[in-house]
Design a protein around this ligand. Structure first.
Ligand SMILES: Nc1nc2c(c(=O)[nH]1)N[C@H]1C(S)=C(S)[C@@H](COP(=O)(O)OP(=O)(O)OC[C@H]3O[C@@H](n4cnc5c(N)ncnc54)[C@H](O)[C@@H]3O)O[C@H]1N2
Ligand code: MOO
Length: 411
């Protein structure tokens, strides 16, 4: 059997993890807390915005038909309309209105000529006039009524991720609450006899960095983390700590999931009635990943190596947290890039190489970080992307076109 042939491909593993997840029940969230979340229902506009046709430029509101003959054309100025003002006159042939950006168009006007394409009449002349130097098409520099929203019509559909413009659109509708799936509650349990808390004297132990790091990653992915602390490497302790972790949508454990003599996480999960969906993925770092479900709760046994836990979070947990929050686009984003230097590996596992990217000559060039060991957090520090070194490939040469995944954990 060739290396890795008994392991699940990354894409299959992600698909299987995602298949365990569906959007959580909706809650009403204040708009400022809805940023980055996905709408749980269609939203219809209640207001038409902008409420009137208005000018996109400082200039003159005109009838485009007045400009089809000889140019320049001299028009009589009926009034000046400011943003916030109300037009008082309807344009008749041969007339126009001075108008400012955002001001409502007067009746009869169908276009705006920007000020720079005009020449003012003599100061003090009555009635005041302006010379229009260019013809304009009907609709030029007019922002039509209802361009942003039309009362009664769909505004945003279910599943739309709420970015800042979307939140702005909803604000413009006078909405203060929106329906979004509630945030997933995520428990994080570190396991390992060698671990201590950051505020304890280490004395031969190592500080649990995975717990706090995963909590930050969960928050960034929109989840609500609860750090459960450290479980010692016994089946009883890991099992009882898992039993106590009730009421969570997702439980993340770190370490104890490989084939070592004290790797009890899988056994403990099974003892707690978790149905394992898969264990071990054809990936480096992160091969021992274990995923299962009990009722509505999803369990991820993440590998203990600090970078392995972050990479598996990025490739498997984050997409699941996004699906739980109603996002439809949950696959990790990818961008094309070019490799600086060379990479080699045996075939069998897909490698996700930590790289730093910089933009050069119209392309994203990536440099593999000097340290690639999964045991060192340094191999993730200052990484901007993960370079996908495909499972079947054994070398990538300088300048190779590569697939890059921006990491959510970078600064
Ligand atoms: N014979 C084999 N050995 C190993 C295999 C294998 O296939 N066959 N896989 C290796 C791979 S790949 C990984 S990844 C690790 C993962 O093993 P575990 O998930 O069981 O993790 P541990 O062995 O308990 O710990 C690994 C490493 O990480 C440190 N660690 C653990 N927890 C934390 C934490 N919360 N904060 C910071 N650092 C942590 C731990 O001290 C170890 O150094 O297994 C390989 N072995
Ligand atoms: O795959 Mo393990 O995650 O390299 O150390």
């Amino acid at each position: 059997m060739s290396i890795g042939s008994d392991l699940l491909p990354v894409e299959d593993a992600r698909a299987r993890a995602l298949a365990l997840a569906s959007p959580l029940p909706a809650e009403w969230a204040r708009l400022e807390e809805a940023l980055g979340r996905a709408l749980a229902a269609d939203v219809r506009a209640q207001r038409t915005l902008p409420p009137w046709d208005n000018s996109a430029m400082d200039g003159y509101a005109v009838r485009s038909a007045d400009l089809t003959g000889q140019l320049p054309a001299r028009l009589t100025i009926l009034e000046t309309i400011h943003a916030g003002g109300t037009p008082r006159h309807e344009l008749r042939p041969g007339t126009c209105a001075r108008i400012m950006t955002g001001a409502p168009l007067p009746a009869g006007a169908d276009a705006v000529v920007m000020q720079e394409r005009t020449k003012p009449g003599a100061p003090g002349e009555t009635p005041p006039t302006v010379e229009i130097l260019e013809a304009v098409a009907a609709g030029a520099f007019v922002r039509p009524r209802g361009e942003d929203a039309r009362a009664g019509e769909p505004l945003l559909v279910q599943g739309t991720p709420l970015g800042i413009p979307e939140v702005g659109l909803l604000t413009g509708q006078g909405m203060s609450l929106v329906p979004v799936p509630r945030r997933p509650r995520v428990a994080i349990l570190s396991t390992g006899d060698e671990l201590c808390r950051a505020d304890e004297p280490p004395e031969g132990r190592i500080v649990d960095t995975n717990g706090p790091a995963l909590a930050l990653a969960v928050s960034r992915a929109g989840g609500l983390p609860t750090v459960l602390g450290i479980a010692r490497d016994t089946l009883e302790e890991v099992s009882s700590r898992l039993a106590a972790a009730q009421g969570f949508d997702v439980v993340l454990t770190s370490a104890g999931v490989s084939v070592g003599e004290r790797d009890f996480v899988k056994a403990a999960l099974e003892q707690q009635g978790v149905e394992m969906n898969f264990w071990r993925v054809a990936i480096k770092p992160g091969k021992p990943l274990a995923v299962g479900r009990r009722g509505a709760t999803l369990y991820f046994g993440l590998p203990g190596n600090p970078t392995s836990s972050l990479v598996t979070f990025e490739l498997f947990v984050r997409p699941v947290l996004r699906r739980l929050q109603g996002h439809t686009d949950v696959e990790p984003p990818r961008v094309p890039g070019r490799l600086e230097g060379e990479l080699r590996k045996p075939p069998g596992l897909a490698h996700y190489i930590r790289v730093a990217a910089s933009w050069r000559e119209g392309e994203l060039w990536v440099r593999p970080l000097a340290t690639q060991t999964s045991g060192a957090l340094r191999s993730a520090a200052s990484a901007t992307h993960l370079l996908h070194f495909p499972r079947s490939a054994n070398s990538l040469t300088h300048g190779a076109h590569v697939e890059l995944l921006p990491v959510s954990w970078s600064a």
